[in-house]
Design a protein around this ligand. Structure first.
Ligand code: NI
Length: 252
């Protein structure tokens, strides 16, 4: 089985103690590729460093909506994006759950980075928390010459339909394994197999039975098993299809 973790934050201090040990054993445990996501300039740089250090790592660079308050320059992200192992602009988007900056500032950064991705022909990794309408309206009103993924998709089936019309992918994470998962499973059932990506968001969003503990890419087998159960195909097939989907989207 080949596993492609399209969304992780291994630069996080939660991996400070044992990062190298862990990242050395992932490939022996079927994890063939990881895309580490930037959330500001510093973590974007760290994502690139990890990608330089580990062959199976790639990087996304971007300014996350929770970090826009620092008002860092998007031109810095543009410079970082020229690195050969940068495969996406991310993670970018809107987050109305954490009240850390104005909607206007978030929207400004979101649009500027969508434009940057367009200009560089790179896919985007979108974070949408409690901002479904504005994310959808922004995507609908932006002509994209590249595709992308809505990471840890938490919208309705109706929203999924609209996102899929834009030829985007939907990312599924640990929460689909939670007991109270309902809408996410409806969306999963609706989403065609060739539009599904798997993600950890490690160290966050750990699947059952490890919910609450630190996440890592090996736990993606629980996400794969859940998708297999809903889609009524084998876990091996889910791993293979999502692996190919990720390679296609990120051009790897
Ligand atoms: Ni993330």
């Amino acid at each position: 089985m080949l596993i492609f973790d399209t969304h992780a934050h291994y630069e996080s201090e939660q991996f400070e103690e044992d990062r190298d040990e862990l990242l050395k054993i992932l490939p022996q445990n079927n994890v063939s590729y990881v895309i580490n996501q930037g959330t500001d300039i510093a973590t974007s740089k760290k994502s690139i460093e990890l990608a330089e250090q580990y062959d199976y790592f790639f990087a996304a660079v971007g300014i996350h909506p929770e970090e826009v308050k620092k008002q860092e320059a998007v031109s810095e992200i543009e410079k970082l994006a020229s690195h050969p192992k940068v495969v996406a602009i991310g993670e970018i988007g809107l987050d109305y759950y954490w009240d850390v900056s104005t909607k206007e500032l978030q929207m400004d950064y979101f649009k500027k980075q969508l434009d940057l991705a367009n200009q560089l022909h790179l896919p985007v990794v979108i974070h949408d928390r409690d901002a479904h309408k504005d994310v959808l309206d922004t995507l609908k009103s932006t002509t994209m010459n590249s595709s992308g993924v809505v990471h840890c998709f938490s919208g309705s089936v109706e929203m999924a339909k609209e996102i899929l019309k834009k030829d985007f992918y939907l990312g599924f994470d640990g929460p689909i394994t939670f007991k109270n998962a309902r809408v996410a499973l409806e969306v999963l059932e609706y989403t065609p197999l060739d539009r599904i990506l798997i993600e950890t968001d490690a160290p966050y969003l750990t699947p059952e039975p490890f919910r609450g503990k630190r996440n890592n890419s090996m736990y993606l087998t629980y996400v794969i098993n859940k998708i297999a159960e809903i889609k009524k195909v084998s876990p091996e097939e889910i791993a293979e299809i999502t692996f190919q989907n990720a390679k296609t989207l990120f051009g790897i």
